[in-house]
Design a protein around this ligand. Structure first.
Ligand SMILES: NC(=O)CCC(=O)C(=O)O
Length: 272
């Protein structure tokens, strides 16, 4: 198989959790109808992106209604589903920003708990502290799927090139980042970082963001996108609610890696 279609659901998150779940269901169906075999949702797609709300919206695996919906949709539409992220209440009672990943039979392939928590104070705008209510994950997430090897990071994780490089060295061909950049760092860095991780690691990058909800306290930047291993932007949304699709073609990945063999030219003994 040389390629397939990916669909990104740029969903406008609202305060009503059930409405978010229903909207995600509809958008996954739309992406599948348009031929997507891999479908990706945004970061915190069932919950407004506000630290103090995460405990209230949190779910446990496997019984949470959002998690059950993801498994059902993956099986119903026969897609690999990267379920954006949701607040997850873990075994210890800690809450994580977690992406659940399902195969086309609705089985859990893996889960990524956001490793790098978004604790920042940017004077011109965003002040956010995920660690007020969340704990960070401590593992690298790479899943083998029928469509290829997929690495998953969440939003702020994309700023750490070491994580992307680790996933690429473990065999990732596609890196998926559900994310929710805001109005300050979004225009400055979102596309730049996604293209940088693509060109560094010669992988496809998929960034899935929520749509802008003008009434929300945290204003998402949107601009979900697909970038190829040559850092070309193949598809990009604006800030509105939409499903975008794009082709992933592994022949491009092989060609780029053959012609410019960066991963083979590394000198790891110098980098320690
Ligand atoms: N949800 C996030 O991790 C936001 C990250 C972000 O906006 C950034 O600039 O980094």
């Amino acid at each position: 198989m040389s390629g397939f279609t990916v669909g990104i659901c740029q969903l406008g998150v609202v305060a009503d959790k059930n409405a978010n779940i229903l909207k995600a269901q509809q958008m996954i169906a739309e992406a599948a109808k348009r031929g997507s075999r891999l479908v990706v949702l945004p970061e915190m797609f069932n919950c407004p992106y506000q630290s103090e709300l995460f405990p209230q919206y949190a779910e446990t695996y496997p019984d949470g209604p959002t998690i059950a919906m993801l498994a059902e949709c993956a099986e119903k539409h026969k897609v690999i589903l990267i379920g954006g992220s949701i607040p997850e209440r873990g075994e210890s009672g800690n809450i994580y920003n977690t992406s659940f990943i399902f195969n086309e039979w609705g089985e859990l392939l893996g889960r990524h708990r956001k490793v790098h928590l978004f604790d920042v104070a940017i004077k011109s705008g965003t002040i956010f502290q995920e660690s007020r209510t969340l704990a960070g994950g401590n593992s690298v997430t790479l899943v083998e799927t029928s469509l290829g090897n997929i690495g998953v990071g969440i939003c702020y994780d994309v700023r750490f090139p070491e994580l992307a490089r680790t996933m690429a060295l473990k065999g990732a061909e596609i890196l998926v980042y559900p994310g929710a950049f805001g109005p300050v760092t979004g225009p400055a860095h979102w596309e730049l970082l996604m293209r940088a991780r693509a060109v560094d690691n010669q992988v496809y990058i998929i960034g899935a963001a929520p749509a802008l909800n003008a009434a929300a306290e945290y204003k998402a930047y949107g601009h979900s996108l697909v970038v190829d291993p040559w850092a070309r932007v193949l598809a990009i949304a604006n800030e509105e609610e939409t499903v975008i699709t794009s082709k992933i073609d592994f022949r491009t990945l092989e060609r780029v890696r053959d012609e410019l063999p960066l991963l083979r030219h590394r000198k790891p003994e110098l980098y320690r």
